[in-house]
Design a protein. Structure first.
Length: 237
């Protein structure tokens, strides 16, 4: 069953037609990847889903509700959390403060929020060691972990990840993708934008290929990995 459906979405920057009638869906429990070159429109698509940009036309529905014109904070409250490209942590605050701010939309007992924080530190034990450290002094990989954990504190039904491996060392790239797989194994539904197409396709159920604002290919992720066009354009083969 689709938890997110994007239907004939069109997005403009001024007179520039950035997203040209794309349609996609994410089923509950899936990892779905959106791959493509720089400038293809991947981040624009995610920002429109998250309410940070407005669509010119088309519809976005989430969990059975039309969210096309909803404001960003309402979309977070509805159950979509995005980890933005570049992480965008609160660099002058501590790790612990960043984690607490991730739960600002959650109205629950202190005991349950404390349990959520414990779960975060269990998933990201490195963050427990650095909970009192200023977030801006963390390494890039650690900041990515913090950004992911901050998003999870909002208890999302859909986690959106925008270029989680960008700028990271190979060791941290592997660690981040292993964490994404663990989150998926616990039932988290994920929409992933990632330039490392090989890694993205290897952990995804399905994928869409976005080229100059249009979806040109879609299907089972493992089958797409064997597609000659995908190999040539995105996998270095």
């Amino acid at each position: 069953m689709a938890i997110l459906t994007v239907d004939n979405l069109n997005v403009y920057y001024g007179n520039i037609h950035a997203i040209k009638g794309i349609s996609l869906h994410v089923d509950e429990g899936e990892i779905v990847s959106l791959i493509g070159a720089n400038g293809a429109g991947k981040t624009t698509t995610l920002q429109t889903i998250s309410g940070l940009l407005r669509a010119k036309s088309g519809n976005i529905s989430f969990d059975g509700k039309d969210i096309t014109k909803e404001r960003a904070h309402n979309i977070v409250e509805a159950g979509i959390a995005q980890v933005p490209e570049g992480r965008k942590i609160f660099s002058s605050l501590t790790v612990s403060d960043n984690v607490r701010l991730g739960a600002y939309t959650i109205k629950d007992s202190p005991e349950n929020l404390k349990r959520d924080r414990k779960n975060f530190y269990d998933v990201f034990p490195r963050m427990r060691e650095r909970k009192n450290q200023i977030a801006g002094t963390l390494s890039g990989g650690e900041q990515q972990m913090l950004a992911m954990g901050r998003a999870l504190m909002s208890r999302p039904k859909l986690l959106i990840l925008d270029e989680p491996s960008m700028g990271l060392s190979p060791i941290f790239v592997n660690e981040i993708f292993n964490t994404i797989k663990k989150l998926h194994d616990t039932g988290t539904t994920i929409l992933l934008v990632e330039q490392n197409a090989r890694m993205a396709l290897s952990i995804s159920d399905r994928a869409y290929v976005l080229e100059t604002g249009r979806i040109t290919l879609e299907g089972d992720a493992k089958k797409l990995m064997n597609n000659e066009r995908i190999k040539s354009a995105y996998l270095g083969a």
